[in-house]
Design a protein around this ligand. Structure first.
Ligand code: NAP
Length: 282
């Protein structure tokens, strides 16, 4: 069986078109949607991502302000900046870019992002609201996984979903969203015994670990749908996912690059126009 490709570029394009129309409508009402990205790192990968996010924002009519605090910024500096942006009426979305300087913990900062501007679901209140089924922006990557599955008409109700990875930004919120869609969900992590036995039971397998080649053919059940969230730098400098090969077992798999990534960026922009339109969490 040749696996179908869960392409992310087409849904990302459709979202960007919606966002462009919504942003133009807002500008017509005198509201210029604005995303603020707080950066406290000199990591080249993060720098590249922020530049491409800012360019993507510009193309759909969203102003993107990048606030560079330097890789030696202290928790207090970043905290003050997030509070200032949270109370700035011209700012509609706030992203705190990873990684943070050594010793600075996202847990000490994320609550300073106003929930209604928390377009990447970083504030623990957003996570709590998501878990309680209340309006909140989910982390864009988690939302992108569901968006990709929906775009490709993958049925979720009653299906076994396994998420590998339990980070606050990807694994846990993805599991929450799958649960909300009536999948039966298991979460695997570093301490999971016999990972392959769990992952093989998945109808829908989402992998968000950050290790090239962690998932191989023996981890995949026949006919499974596999979403590869991993974005790793391969030894040759190319971008690689966490899934190595599925040897004809998977029915469908998302590519890296071109799968979850473009949808994530598009959804961050969509959350920003939703926030600007005061339609907090659609
Ligand atoms: P993270 O915070 O480092 O979390 C990694 C998770 O993987 C942890 O829960 C860890 O378990 C688990 N893990 C590590 N080794 C494992 C193993 N051998 N078996 C099973 N589980 C294992 O990473 P993250 O921020 O969630 O990101 C995960 C990947 O997604 C990275 O490649 C990242 O670059 C990518 N990503 C992509 C996008 C996108 O838009 N495409 C966005 C965000 C992140 P423990 O909790 O037990 O340590």
């Amino acid at each position: 069986m040749t696996a179908a490709v869960l392409d992310g570029t087409a849904p990302a394009r459709a979202i960007r078109e919606r966002v462009t129309t919504a942003a133009a409508g807002l500008v017509g009402r005198g509201i210029v949607p604005k995303l603020a990205v707080v950066v406290a790192t000199d990591d080249p990968g993060a720098g590249w991502y922020v530049r491409s996010l800012a360019a993507a924002a510009g193309r759909v009519g969203i102003t993107c302000e990048v606030i560079s605090l330097g890789a030696d910024a202290f928790t207090d500096d970043i905290h003050r900046t997030l509070l200032r942006l949270s109370s700035d009426d011209t700012v509609h979305g706030i992203v705190l870019q990873a990684p943070l300087p050594d010793g600075v913990r996202v847990e000490d900062l994320a609550a300073a992002i106003a929930c209604e501007k928390d377009v990447d679901g970083a504030n623990p209140l957003s996570a709590g609201r998501l878990a309680a089924g209340l309006p909140a922006y989910p982390p864009a990557t988690a939302a992108a996984v569901l968006c990709l599955l929906d775009h490709h008409q993958i049925e979720l109700t009653g299906r076994n979903a396994v998420v590998v990875g339990r980070s606050l930004v990807v694994g846990k919120p993805t599991a929450q969203l799958l649960l909300q869609r009536d999948a039966t969900v298991a979460i695997c992590h570093r301490h999971t015994k016999d990972l392959a036995a769990h992952t093989r039971s998945a109808d829908v397998l989402v992998v968000a670990v950050g290790r090239i080649g962690l998932i191989r053919a023996e981890h995949v059940g026949d006919g499974a749908v596999v979403v590869d969230v991993g974005t790793n730098t391969a030894p040759d400098g190319s971008l690689a996912g966490d899934v190595d090969a599925t040897d004809g077992r998977a029915a469908a798999i998302s590519p890296v690059p071109g799968g979850v990534g473009p949808v994530t960026t598009a959804l961050l922009l969509e959350h920003t126009v939703q926030s600007a339109g005061a339609a907090w969490c659609s």
